[in-house]
Design a protein around this ligand. Structure first.
Ligand code: GLU
Length: 469
């Protein structure tokens, strides 16, 4: 039997990191089993679907390493409406489903104030199909449904506690529970690896598989992803869109490594490991079923490590979208013609060790590309103390006299200027740094001045001096 797994997102919003995690787990499982990964876009909720969300899913999957052309699909659920309806008709014709015209209020009136599930009123009324009549599945009165789950063992559900659930609405359109099962059947899916949120649907769906006479798949419900308050990550409250992480400058390699650690870990106390190790070692059976904490701080630290591990040329390349503002990334504060690739290449190794997100490259290097630095007023107030004007005068004069404009000479020169005033280098640097870069923190100062060049450094020092009058 060839293993066939699927990832079946609904195109109703940005691509959730939890979805990306499920997609990766499916992807790896298929690869390990010599199986097939199928992408199915569950686009039947016409009111909430948008084509751009589908495109977003495809490009987010590409980014994370599940590339178009290397999987089956995308199939679109909406193209299988005929199969959904045929399955509903079969269930009706075989007596496994019946039409029902009860309103929720009517059921409530019969069963008491709280709606506790459908009471089976129409089970044996033999109603024909008709406008406004839902089709309900007749669940067995006895026995249990045992779900074989590679992560959770064998969750067992008593059939008599499962209500006769709706499989097609009053207008004849099949609901998610049925459409999802019929698609999995049609596409020959053998293993359903999906989010824990769907576990309550599983016994109902397995009953549908049985009733349609097809052997159900093996299931694996991967743990829910939660925030620091142990709340399920929600798109209304938390940052969850994979695209948002991409646009902030997370590397795909760091992201997918981190996502795989949600509920699982590689051998030997390691967390940052090559993707090949994850592909080899990951086992669904080893996934911890408890909720997995999405720790953005940790992800950020991971990303910093991945950035530092890049060969410098790759780092330069990876920074490019933030330096030029391509795609969905915000444009930098300088004009395209102000950007100087050589100057950037000169400071790139210094920046590479200091940033955790690629987007942080911009405030670190903007002083090189702007006609005048963007002065951070708080930084200015902090750095410009009594005596700063005199220090800037002395530093300007000393720099003007230099024959060689290199980091080492600049450093020893400012060191001497500071010493004459009883200032350590750190204290003497602060006003110079703010004058030239606009900030109190940034790349090593003297290397920055070397790359910025004599003219621009001196003119910025003079401009700052004027501001201090
Ligand atoms: N379209 C469903 C969702 O996005 C997928 C359900 C499934 O994986 O079975 O939650």
């Amino acid at each position: 039997m060839t293993v066939r797994v699927r990832f079946a997102p609904s195109p109703t919003g940005m691509f959730h990191v939890g979805g990306a995690r499920s997609a990766l787990q499916n992807w790896i499982y298929a690869k390990q089993q010599g199986g097939v990964f199928v992408l199915r876009i569950e686009d039947t909720d016409a009111a909430r679907n948008k084509p751009e969300w589908t495109e977003g899913i495809l490009s987010a999957l590409d980014w994370i390493g599940i590339e178009r052309g290397s999987y089956e699909g995308p199939h679109f659920q909406s193209e299988y409406a005929g199969e959904h309806r045929a399955a509903a008709a079969r269930l009706h014709d075989s007596g496994r489903a019946y039409y029902c015209d009860c309103t929720r209020e009517a059921v409530q009136a019969r069963t008491g104030s709280q709606y506790q599930g459908y009471d089976g009123f129409c089970r044996d009324r033999g109603l024909p199909a008709g406008e406004g009549r839902a089709l309900r599945f007749r669940t067995p009165d006895e026995g249990e449904t045992v779900v074989v789950d590679l992560i959770r063992g064998e969750p067992t559900f008593e059939n008599k506690l499962i209500e006769d659930f709706v499989i097609a609405r009053g207008d004849g359109s099949p609901v998610f529970l049925l459409a999802n099962v019929v698609d999995d059947m049609t596409m020959g899916i053998t293993h359903v690896i999906r989010a824990e949120e769907h576990l309550p649907n599983t016994p109902k769906q397995q009953l549908l598989w049985d009733a349609l006479g097809v052997k159900p798949p093996v299931w694996a419900h991967v743990p829910v992803v939660v925030n620091e308050k142990r709340q399920k990550l929600s798109k209304r409250r938390d940052k969850v869109a994979l695209e948002a992480f991409r646009d902030e400058g997370y590397l795909a390699e760091a992201m997918r490594n981190y996502l795989m650690l949600l509920g699982w870990a590689p051998s030997g106390d390691r967390e940052i490991v090559p993707w090949s190790v994850i592909e080899e070692e990951f086992r669904l059976a080893d996934v911890n079923p408890s909720p997995a904490f999405f720790d953005e701080k940790k992800l950020r630290a991971f990303n910093g490590e991945y950035i530092r591990a890049l060969p410098v040329e790759e780092f330069v390349e990876a920074c490019r979208p933030w330096l030029t503002g391509t795609g969905t990334i915000a444009p930098p504060p300088w004009q395209p013609e102000e950007f100087d690739a050589d100057a950037f290449a000169a400071v790139a190794p210094l920046a590479q060790t200091r940033i955790a997100l690629l987007s942080e490259i911009v405030p670190n290097v903007d002083f090189l590309f702007l006609a005048a630095p963007l002065i951070d007023e708080a930084a200015w107030a902090k750095a410009m103390k009594e005596g700063s004007a005199e220090l800037l005068d002395a530093a300007t004069a000393a720099f003007e006299a230099l024959e060689s404009w290199d980091a080492e000479t600049l450093k020893s020169t400012l060191e001497a200027v500071g010493a004459e005033r009883g200032l350590k280098l750190g204290k003497a640097q602060a006003p110079v740094r703010v004058a030239v870069t606009g900030r109190t923190v940034g790349l090593p100062l003297f290397e920055s001045l070397e790359v910025l060049g004599r003219e621009r450094t001196l003119s910025r020092l003079r401009a700052a001096r004027v501001r201090l009058f």
